[in-house]
Each structure stands twice: as C-alpha cells, then as structure tokens.
Write a protein that binds this ligand. Structure first.
Ligand SMILES: [Zn+2]
Length: 466
C-alpha cells in the first residue's frame, strides 16, 4: 500500500488534501525542475513574463498558454523535443534536489565518493528513451529515477485494474519503443506479474498462449476484437482469462466490438478494461475493475495535474469535449508542463469514483489523439495537427475570421477565411503556404469568403466524431 506523508492512502485523499499537496508538488516542479532546467520553458517563461514561483497553483497555472508537439518543433524537426529535457549537472542538483534526495547523495559522497555522482546521475541523467508523436515522431527521455516512478505508478495501476502477482499477462501489442509498452513492463515488474510480449503477430501470440496460462491479455483498441476471435477460433487456451486490457483508450465502437468478442468466448467472466497513456506522457492510467470500464481512466494526482483547454483557441475550457492538458509532477528527463495531449475528453472528474470510491481525478470520454485526425491531402492520408492549423490562422493579422472543415465528400481540408485587409492580394495562397510551412499541412483548400456562414473555428466533425 502506498502511503502519503499524513498516512492516508494515495487513492483516498480528500479534495482539500489533494489540492494542497498538488500545489506544493507543482511549486517544487516549477522552481526546482522545469523553471531553471528546461531550455524550452525557461526561454518561454522569460518571454511570457511569469516567474516559476508565481505559477505555483493549479489556478495560476491555468493562465499559462498550453503547448503541444508543434510548439516544441515548429519546423517539424523532432530535435526541438530536446528543449523539454532538463539540464541538471552536479551544481544544479545541489541547488534544486529535494532535501531528502540531497542528504542521501551527500551521505553517499562521504562514504563512497564516486557514488555521489551515481546518485546525481540516477536523478538527472536521461538514460532511457521512448518515442511519441501524433503528427511528428519525437523522443521522450527518462532518468533512472523517472523509471522508478513509472514503476511505482505501475504498481498502483495493477491495484486499479484489480490485477495481482498471481496474474500472468500476455501482451499482443505491437512491439516498439513506446511509453505504453515500457509502462506495462515496469508495472508488471513492480507488481511481480509475469509478462510475455511476443508482438502483434497472432501466430506468435497463439504460441505463447499455449506455453502459459494467461489470466490477462493486452490487445490494441483497433482490431483487438478480431484478434480475440481469431485466437478463440484457433483454439487458444483462454479458459483462465479474466481480464482483457485494451492498450490505448478505445472509442465506443471499438469497445463494443471487444465486448462482443469477449461474449463470444462463451460465458466466462472476463472484464474489458482500458489502459491509456496520453501522447508524450509516461504514466499509464487504467479503468477500475469495479466499474468494468464505465467510470473513466483513473489518474495519479500526486504525479500529474490534469486540465483542459478549448482546442481551437487554447483557452481554458469550460465546456465539453475539450483537449486534455497535462503537467507532470516529479518526472524529470523530458518534463511536461501544460502539455496538449491531443486527446479529446468529456471531463476531468474529481468526484470520488462511484464504482471503487477512489478520490483520484478520472478522465472520462477519452478520444485518443482526436485533435490530430487523419485526413487525405495531396492524395495521401496524413495526420493533421488541428491545433497547429488553428494557431496559424489565429495569429495572422490579415485574417479576421476563419473556419476549418473536411472538404467535399469527407476528403481533404477546406479552410474558409475572411480577410481583415492589409494582407497580400493572394491571401488564399499565402494562407495555404503558411499552413504547409508552419503546420506541416500541405494541400489544404483555402477559399476567401465575405462572411462566414455557419460555424467558426474548427468544425466539430473534424475532431469530435470518430
Ligand atoms: Zn473507480
């Protein structure tokens, strides 16, 4: 059981306790990690004005413009992601490490001089990378201490999912260097569960299932139902199966298909639960077993702060759905602050879970990567970062108003623009050029209009439907 300083369980804190402790963790992250040591954020805060100390509450932080992958890599070069990696040498560590960590390191220096450096490096030196990205592909760095933290969160994930060390987990996710794959390994490791991950080839999965009596099977959201049917048809030994974990929040259609496939296994009591890690993040959220997947993804309030923004304007969002924005508390390596995840969500619900009673914030109605839909442009299906499109259009002085929707027949991107005057004669082609160079979107159809009939901004069809 994980205990907080005052002794209450991590998932049973009151709203007041959570808020106080979250703000303290946020201040520490801002003043001792991201503020002084993130090249991207130290430059951005200097440009925008607020000091790290002035942002040390959830309410104050909500006023800071959120950023996504295109803000980090404006020209599409993934090298920009290095700007989030904290730069802390031994001097920076002594200045910014927490009291207990520094005392531990200094004690080590007395008894074994070389181990001081080992402790500093474990806490500050990126040694492990996964790849993320919705429209780009960029590396995300972890220190040794980060991996410890991901593993500890993984042990909590197992509690939420209702798994124990007696569970045997087989993962049919594509093998790859992703936060989801790494997080599952670390969760299983810290919980003492065997995890076998043969990759996503059904033949290999079948081979492994005939070697071990799996109690939990991890499948991708898209095609997971078909895989289950295929395995059942092939006579895979699934009689011990009690949990199907969906690696990535499924949409309603995918979940229905998975439930249907589980039904087809023949009257066994198998629960379908999602495990999700937002793009760029490293902690895995899970749905509680008690809810059977009906009350949303359970988060870790001491390790992250969840907020939402309007995806078109980037302003704090009151309505739903909205884009999920994430601030990591305690992770180093690549440290996310006000990070636009690209996930559309219905809400971040801070009321106790009606199924399990945990008081951790739950993310409901997650549509993974919805803000970066796939659109056919120039004859090829491409991910389009709608946030980058909105940013290009909103920041042009020669554009008074704009609307973006799918083109005729659902193909392509139609951008309607009302000119503000003072722009180039060929405003339409100037806007199309800016979308290509600054948002990485080629082949958008830009038309000038005298007035915008219908909706403004990003059409809901682009990102709310799925
Ligand atoms: Zn719950």
């Amino acid at each position: 059981m994980t205990l907080w300083p005052s002794g209450a369980r991590w998932d049973r804190r009151t709203a007041e306790q959570l808020s106080t402790e979250q703000d303290a963790a946020l201040r520490s992250q801002l003043e001792h990690a991201v503020g002084p040591s993130s090249p991207f954020w130290s430059a951005r805060l200097a440009e925008l004005g607020p000091t790290p100390a002035s942002l040390g509450s959830a309410a104050a932080l909500a006023g800071l413009p959120a950023v996504g992958e295109r803000d980090l890599c404006p020209d599409g070069d993934p090298l920009g992601a290095a700007g989030l990696v904290l730069h802390q040498g031994e001097a920076g560590y002594a200045t910014h490490a927490s009291g207990p960590a520094l005392r531990r390191a200094l004690l080590r220096r007395i008894v074994a001089p070389t181990s001081y450096r080992a402790v500093v490096e474990a806490d500050t030196r990126p040694t492990s990378y996964v790849f993320a990205g919705l429209a780009l592909r960029y590396p995300v760095a972890s220190t040794r201490a980060d991996l410890d933290l991901v593993a500890r969160a993984g042990a909590r994930l197992w509690q939420v999912l209702g798994l124990t060390s007696a569970d045997v987990v087989v993962s049919a996710l594509p093998s790859g260097s992703t936060a989801l794959v790494q997080g599952l390994w670390l969760a299983a490791l810290s919980s003492g569960s065997p995890l076998l991950a043969p990759g996503d080839d059904p033949v290999q999965v079948l081979d492994v299932l005939s070697l071990v009596a799996a109690t939990a099977l991890v499948v991708p959201p898209a095609g997971g139902g078909d895989l289950l049917r295929q395995l059942a048809d092939a006579g895979a030994p699934l009689s011990g199966l009690r949990t199907v974990l969906v690696g990535g929040a499924p949409d309603d259609r995918e979940r229905d298909d998975l439930l249907d496939a589980v039904d087809g296994l023949g009257g066994r009591d198998v629960v379908v639960l999602a495990v999700h890690v937002p793009d760029g993040h490293r902690l895995l959220w899970g749905e509680c077993r008690e809810s059977a997947g009906r009350t949303g993804l359970h988060s870790y309030p001491d390790l992250e702060l969840l907020q939402t923004v309007d995806p078109g304007t980037g302003d704090p969002a009151g309505g739903a759905p909205a884009e999920l924005v994430l601030t990591q508390l305690g992770l180093r390596g690549s440290a996310l602050l006000r990070w636009r995840t690209g996930d559309a969500v219905t809400a971040v619900d801070s009321r106790p879970c009606p199924a399990c009673g945990r008081t951790v914030p739950r993310v409901t109605g997650t549509r993974r990567g919805a803000l970066v839909p796939t659109v056919v442009l120039d004859g090829a299906a491409r991910p389009v970062d709608l946030r980058a499109v909105a940013a290009v259009l909103s920041t042009r002085a020669d554009v008074a108003d704009w609307a973006v929707e799918r083109g005729a027949g659902g193909a392509g991107l139609l951008v309607r623009v009302r000119a503000a005057g003072g722009g180039p004669d060929d405003l339409a082609s100037a806007v199309a050029g800016a979308l290509r160079s600054r948002a990485g979107v080629p082949g958008a159809q830009v038309v000038l209009v005298d007035r915008l009939a219908g909706g403004r901004g990003l059409s809901p069809d682009l990102w709310q439907a799925r």
